[in-house]
Design a protein around this ligand. Structure first.
Ligand code: ZN
Length: 321
């Protein structure tokens, strides 16, 4: 199979088996291997799943109740309060340090989800218009409330100053979206991205790959920039170490299977939650978190460029032709 970046099979080899996060997802993804292009330092699932199966998966399965990574609950307020969580504040600081947001007029969020970051930015920079493309029904409603214009990427036009794409690009089957980004960005417009960082350290010891299909490294982002005419202004590695990340992934995977087997209190807690007013749940969380003396995990979340960070982020600028 050809490499999605250099479109060549000459330097492509089998890297390893694909590891599913949830075994049953094989019915949407099929039986996969992970291949690697030595030329681009880029790994990818093969054969790529059919688009219609992926569309079904992301519209109907991905955000189901009691499924990682979202652990959706019945309550809207749960998702609304995430806006000011550490992860988003970390993004906001990075972005507002490196980009003059006062000069930004239009932001497009690719794979917006609930659009947390754009929403937080608009609170501080109200002149900004928010755009996105999101098909998930629950997300679309929240995005609308938050002032997003949700439309097809083909209808956006060349007016975007800044594209935000956080933990979305690894779910795609190819990298051609960078061509579409080029078409909606103004000259000198920028992309702020974050994806999992996938050098060898990622592959050794990871509990699963799913549902990711593309595995980026710093070099592969540079190859993409060459191909699609971007200047990498910054490429940083950030967040937890690979060991910590693998540990959190294992815990999340185990939680899923525990709930599913009915051996856990979690499913019972979900039912109870429906009957308790949200303010009381929030209060209980507050007491629990103030008792928690192990806050060291934050060091991971707020550290960049320590050589074993599990995420890759950066700012890419569209080259003026
Ligand atoms: Zn390649």
């Amino acid at each position: 199979m050809d490499c999605p970046i250099c479109k060549n099979s000459k330097n492509v080899n089998l890297r390893c088996d694909y590891k599913y996060e949830i075994k049953e997802d094989i019915k949407y993804f099929g039986k996969l291997d992970v291949l690697k292009c030595q030329n681009c330092d880029f790994s990818f699932a093969s054969p790529m799943p059919e688009i219609k199966n992926l569309d079904y998966f992301y519209e109907n399965v991905y955000r189901q109740v009691n499924r990682p990574p979202y652990w959706v609950t019945v309550n809207d307020e749960e998702s609304e309060k995430r806006v000011l969580e550490d992860k988003n504040l970390n993004y906001l600081l990075y972005l507002s340090t490196l980009i003059d947001l006062k000069k930004v007029k239009n932001i497009y969020d690719f794979g917006a989800g609930f659009g947390d970051l754009g929403y937080a930015i608009k609170k501080k920079f109200p002149q900004i218009n928010l755009f996105c493309t999101e098909y998930d029904k629950q997300c679309s409603e929240i995005l609308k409330k938050r002032g997003y214009n949700n439309e097809k990427i083909e209808n956006i036009g060349e007016k975007i100053d800044l594209i935000i794409t956080l933990h979305s690009l690894e779910h795609l089957t190819d990298v051609e979206v960078f061509q579409k980004f080029n078409e909606i960005l103004k000259p000198e417009g920028k992309i702020f991205f974050e994806v999992p960082n996938c050098p060898q350290e990622y592959f050794s010891g990871r509990p699963y790959d799913g549902p990711h299909l593309l595995f980026y490294t710093k070099k592969s982002i540079e190859m993409i920039c060459d191909k699609f005419k971007y200047e990498p202004e910054r490429i940083d590695i950030s967040s937890y170490s690979f060991d910590e990340d693998h540990k959190y992934q294992r815990e999340s995977q185990e939680r899923y299977y525990r709930i599913k087997s009915g051996k856990s209190l979690d499913s019972f807690k979900q039912i109870i939650k429906k009957f308790i007013p949200y303010k009381i749940i929030k209060f209980i969380h507050l007491i629990k978190s103030s008792n928690k003396n192990d806050e060291m995990h934050k060091l991971g979340l707020f550290t960049s460029n320590s050589n074993d960070n599990c995420y890759l982020r950066g700012i890419l600028r569209k080259k003026s032709s």
